[in-house]
Design a protein around this ligand. Structure first.
Ligand SMILES: CC/C=C\C/C=C\C/C=C\C/C=C\C=C\C(=O)SCCNC(=O)CCNC(=O)[C@H](O)C(C)(C)COP(=O)(O)OP(=O)(O)OC[C@H]1O[C@@H](n2cnc3c(N)ncnc32)[C@H](O)[C@@H]1OP(=O)(O)O
Ligand SMILES: Cc1cc2nc3c(=O)[nH]c(=O)nc-3n(C[C@H](O)[C@H](O)[C@H](O)COP(=O)(O)OP(=O)(O)OC[C@H]3O[C@@H](n4cnc5c(N)ncnc54)[C@H](O)[C@@H]3O)c2cc1C
Length: 661
C-alpha cells in the first residue's frame, strides 16, 4: 500500500495512491539500500518536525541572501546542540540528510565542512594530524572549507598558482598568491563562515615545484573571527542558486604555517627539506573522487525532488478533455506528460542505484589505498568522471522538463523547481567541468582500445570488456539483456570511431594534443555512451537482485521505460544494427511501458519519501491541496504587506497624475 494516504488529502491524489500496486515503505527500503536506512530517514524527519526551533522562519523564496545565511547558521548551531539525540553521529548519510531536511538545498555555512573539509583530514592526514584536528572539526569547534579553484584556474590543476614554499630555517611553509588570477575563488563557506581551510597549493622545496598538495590553513582568528594578517578573504557575491552558502575568495601574502600543517599521510616534506613521493601521483586528487562518487546518488535525489513535485501536481491538475467532456482530465493522463516525466523517474531510480554502488566502490578503494594498494584508482577515477558528467547533465534536463510539466505554476518560486534546478546544475561545473571529466574517461577508453589493438584484450577490466566483442545482430525478441547488447554496440562503435579518428590524426603527423582536440567531440560522445551503458547495466543488475515480488514487478516496468527510452534516444548510434522495423517495435514498447507504469507513478515518487519540509514546494505538497496553499503563499509575500507601495506613491502615481493634466 501507499503509506502517504491521510484523511483530508486531495481526493485525486488519494485515488492515485490507491491505484498503486506496492508498498511504498518497501520501495523506499530498496531505494535507500535497506529497511533500516529508509526507516532512519522517516524517524529523523518525524523527530525534526516536532522541534519548533528547527522550522523555517519563512519560505526561502521570500528571504534575502543575508537572511538565508543567518537562517542556515541559526539552524546549524541548534542542530549541533541537538544532533547527538537525533542522528548517528558517525553516519555521513544521516548528517547530510538532517541538514537537507532542516536547512534545505540552498547551502549553509557547514555545507562543505562534512563533505570536503573533514574527509581530506581523515584520509590524507597522518595519525598525529588527525588527533590534532579531526575531533575539533567533528565537534565543530572549527568550521572548514576546501580551497582549490582559483580565479584564473579551475579545470587544470597543474596550472594552479598558489605557492607553499618550504623555509627550512623556520620549519614553515610560506603561502603566497602571486597574481590576481591566483586568488582562490569559489570555495563554499570560505566567504564569511569558515575559520580553517584545506588549501591546495604548489609545494616548493629547494626551488623545485612538486605540484599541488593539501595544507591545513587557519584563516581567521578563533576568538574574533577576523582574518589573520596576510590573509585577504571575502564572499564572491550572489549566484544563480545555492545562495545560502557563502562561496568566497582568498589571497595569501607571505602567510606562514608550520611544516606540520601539510597533510602528510602520503606525500611528506622532512625537516631537512627532503621530499617523499606518494604511492600514486594522483593520490592527492582522491578527495575529488570521493565527492564525485557521491554525486550520482545526490543528483538522483535532486531529480527525485523535482519529479515528486511534478508528478503529484500532474495528478491534481486538471486541464482539457479526453473522452469524457463533463470533467477535465488529470494532466498526468496525457501521453506527452507521461513521456516528459516517466523516463526521468526511471533515471532518478537508476542514478540512485548507481550512486550507492559508486559510494561502495569508493569506500572499498579507500581501504585498499590505506593498505598500500592503489591499483583501483584509475578505474574509479574514469568511472566517476563519466558518471558525474552524464548524471548532472541528465538531471538538469529532467528537472527542466519537470518544471515545464507544471505549466505556469512551475515557473513560480512556489514550485521551488527553479532552486532545485539551479543547485543541481551547479554539479555540471563543480568537481570538474563536465566536458573536462568526459575527456578524462575518454583517455581510459582509448587506452582500453589500444590494449585490444595490441592483442591484450584479456587484460581489460570487466567494465570495458564489451569493447572487444563483436555484436552485429540482435534478436527481435527484446528483453533487458538484448537492450544492453544494443547499448554495448552503440558505445563500442562510438569508442572505436573516436579512437580511430584520434589515431588517424596522429598518423597524419599531428601532435598528440592537437589530434586529441580535433577528436574531442567524438571522444566525449564515446564517454557518454559508455557511462549510459554502465547506468543501464547497474539498473538491470539491481532490479535482478530484488527479492520482494511486488516491488520487483514494478521495478521491471520502470526498467522497461528506461531501456526503451534510452535506446530510442541513441537511435542514431544503432542504425547499423537495428532495422526500422526493430526501431518501431522499440518505440511501441516504450508507449506500452508508459501506460503500464501510469497507475504507479505517484507511488513511485512517494517512495522517495521526501518530506514536505525538505521539498519546500507548494505544488509538490504530500496532501495535494495546492490551490488554497498557493493563494496563502502569495498573500504572505512581503510585497503584499502593504496595499500601496512606495514605488507607486513616489513614482507611478505622480507620473499618472501628471499625465492627466
Ligand atoms: C553532500 C552535499 C549535499 C548536497 C550537495 C549540494 C550542493 C553542493 C554544492 C556545491 C559543491 C560543493 C563543492 C564543490 C567543490 C569543488 O568543486 S572542489 C574543486 C574541484 N575541481 C576539480 O574537479 C578540477 C578538475 N580537474 C582535475 O581533477 C584535474 O586537473 C584533471 C582534469 C584530472 C587533470 O589532472 P592532471 O593534469 O594532473 O592529469 P592528466 O595529465 O590529465 O592525467 C594524468 C593521468 O592521471 C590520471 N588521473 C587523473 N586524476 C586521477 C585520479 N583522481 N585518480 C587516478 N588517476 C587520475 C589520468 O587518468 C591520467 O591517466 P593516464 O591517462 O593513464 O595518463
Ligand atoms: C556551486 C559551485 C561550488 C563550488 N565549490 C567549490 C569549492 O568548494 N572549492 C573549490 O575549490 N572550487 C569550487 N568550485 C569551483 C569549481 O570546482 C570549478 O568552477 C570547476 O572545477 C570548473 O573550473 P573552471 O570554473 O575553471 O571552468 P573552466 O575550466 O574555465 O571551464 C570553461 C570552459 O572551458 C572548457 N574547458 C576547460 N578545459 C578544457 C579542456 N582541457 N578541454 C576541453 N574543454 C575545456 C570547459 O569545458 C568549459 O566549457 C565551485 C563551483 C561552483 C559552480
Amino acid at each position: 500500500m501507499n503509506q502517504s494516504i491521510k484523511p483530508g488529502d486531495n481526493p485525486d491524489l488519494t485515488e492515485e495512491r490507491l491505484s498503486g500496486t506496492f508498498d511504498t515503505n518497501s520501495m523506499a527500503a530498496v531505494i535507500y539500500g535497506s529497511d533500516k536506512l529508509a526507516q532512519r530517514r522517516r524517524e529523523i524527519s518525524e523527530a525534526v518536525s516536532r522541534i519548533p526551533e528547527l522550522q523555517d522562519s519563512k519560505p526561502c523564496p521570500f528571504m534575502t541572501r543575508e537572511e538565508k545565511i543567518l537562517e542556515g547558521s541559526r539552524k546549524s548551531a541548534i542542530l549541533n546542540r541537538l544532533l547527538p539525540g537525533l542522528i548517528d553521529l558517525d553516519s555521513f548519510e544521516e548528517t547530510v540528510f538532517i541538514h537537507q531536511e532542516v536547512i534545505g538545498i540552498e547551502g549553509h555555512p557547514l555545507a562543505l565542512h562534512e563533505s570536503l573539509f573533514i574527509p581530506p583530514i581523515a584520509t590524507q592526514g597522518t595519525d598525529e594530524q588527525q588527533k590534532k584536528w579531526l575531533g575539533r572539526a567533528q565537534r565543530r569547534e572549527i568550521i572548514g572549507c576546501y580551497a582549490q579553484t582559483e580565479l584564473g584556474h579551475g579545470s587544470n590543476l597543474r596550472a594552479l598558482e598558489t605557492t607553499a614554499t618550504f623555509d627550512i630555517s623556520s620549519q614553515e611553509f610560506i603561502l603566497n598568491s602571486p597574481t590576481i588570477t591566483s586568488l582562490k575563488w569559489w570555495p563554499g563557506a570560505l566567504g564569511k563562515s569558515a575559520n580553517w581551510s584545506i588549501v591546495i597549493a604548489n609545494l616548493i622545496v629547494h626551488d623545485k615545484n612538486h605540484g599541488p598538495h593539501p595544507f591545513m590553513v587557519q584563516l581567521r582568528d578563533e576568538k574574533s573571527h577576523e582574518p589573520l594578517p596576510g590573509i585577504t578573504v571575502g564572499d564572491i557575491g550572489p549566484k544563480m542558486a545555492f545562495n545560502g552558502a557563502d562561496n568566497g575568495f582568498l589571497g595569501f601574502e607571505n602567510y606562514r604555517i608550520p611544516r606540520e600543517n601539510m597533510l602528510m599521510r602520503h606525500s611528506k616534506v622532512t625537516p631537512d627539506g627532503g621530499y617523499i613521493r606518494p604511492p600514486h601521483a594522483k593520490i592527492g586528487y582522491s578527495g575529488m573522487v570521493r565527492v564525485r562518487s557521491r554525486m550520482a546518488a545526490e543528483q538522483g535525489l535532486f531529480l527525485a525532488h523535482a519529479l515528486t513535485i511534478a508528478v503529484r501536481y500532474s495528478a491534481i491538475r486538471r486541464q482539457g478533455y479526453l473522452e469524457d467532456r463533463s470533467r477535465e482530465v488529470k494532466v498526468l493522463d496525457y501521453q506527452t506528460q507521461q513521456h516528459r516525466l516517466f523516463p526521468s523517474i526511471a533515471r532518478a531510480y537508476a542514478f540512485i542505484f548507481c550512486g550507492f554502488e559508486t559510494i561502495r566502490l569508493y569506500d572499498q578503494l579507500l581501504i585498499d589505498v590505506q593498505n598500500g594498494n592503489t591499483s583501483g584508482m584509475a578505474d574509479l577515477h574514469a568511472l566517476t568522471s563519466g558518471l558525474k558528467s552524464v548524471v548532472t547533465h541528465q538531471t538538469g534536463e529532467g528537472i527542466e522538463q519537470a518544471r515545464m510539466a507544471c505549466g505556469g505554476h512551475g515557473y513560480s518560486m512556489a514550485s521551488y523547481i527553479s532552486e532545485i534546478y539551479g543547485v543541481a546544475i551547479g554539479g555540471c561545473t563543480y568537481e570538474g567541468e563536465n566536458m573536462v571529466m568526459l575527456l578524462q574517461l575518454a583517455r581510459y577508453l582509448v587506452k582500453s582500445i589500444e590494449m585490444i589493438q595490441n592483442g591484450k584484450s584479456k587484460n581489460l577490466g570487466p567494465m570495458v570488456a564489451y569493447l572487444a566483442a563483436n555484436e552485429s545482430e540482435i534478436d527481435l525478441n527484446l528483453g533487458p539483456n538484448e537492450y544492453l547488447k544494443v547499448f554495448q554496440y552503440a558505445a563500442r562503435s562510438q569508442a572505436w570511431r573516436a579512437t580511430e579518428k584520434f589515431q588517424k590524426l596522429r598518423n597524419s603527423g599531428m601532435s598528440k594534443e592537437q589530434a586529441w582536440n580535433q577528436a574531442s567531440v567524438e571522444l566525449t560522445r564515446a564517454s557518454r555512451l559508455h557511462t549510459r551503458l554502465y547506468i543501464m547495466s547497474t539498473f538491470i543488475n539491481h532490479v535482478g537482485s530484488v527479492v520482494d515480488q511486488k516491488i520487483k514487478k514494478v521495478l521491471i516496468d520502470l526498467l522497461n521505460v528506461h531501456i526503451t527510452y534510452e535506446v530510442m534516444d541513441i537511435g542514431i548510434y544503432v542504425q547499423g544494427l537495428l532495422s526500422s522495423d526493430q526501431m518501431d517495435l522499440i518505440r511501441n514498447q516504450l508507449y506500452v511501458s508508459l501506460e503500464t507504469i501510469r497507475p504507479n507513478a505517484v507511488s513511485l515518487v512517494d517512495s522517495f519519501q521526501i518530506s514536505d519540509m525538505q521539498l519546500r514546494s507548494v505544488l509538490g505538497r504530500r496532501d495535494g491541496n495546492v490551490y488554497e496553499n498557493l493563494f496563502k503563499w502569495a498573500k504572505s509575500c512581503p510585497l503584499n504587506d502593504k496595499d500601496v507601495l512606495e514605488s507607486v506613491t513616489k513614482y507611478l502615481k505622480p507620473m499618472m497624475d501628471k499625465s492627466k493634466l
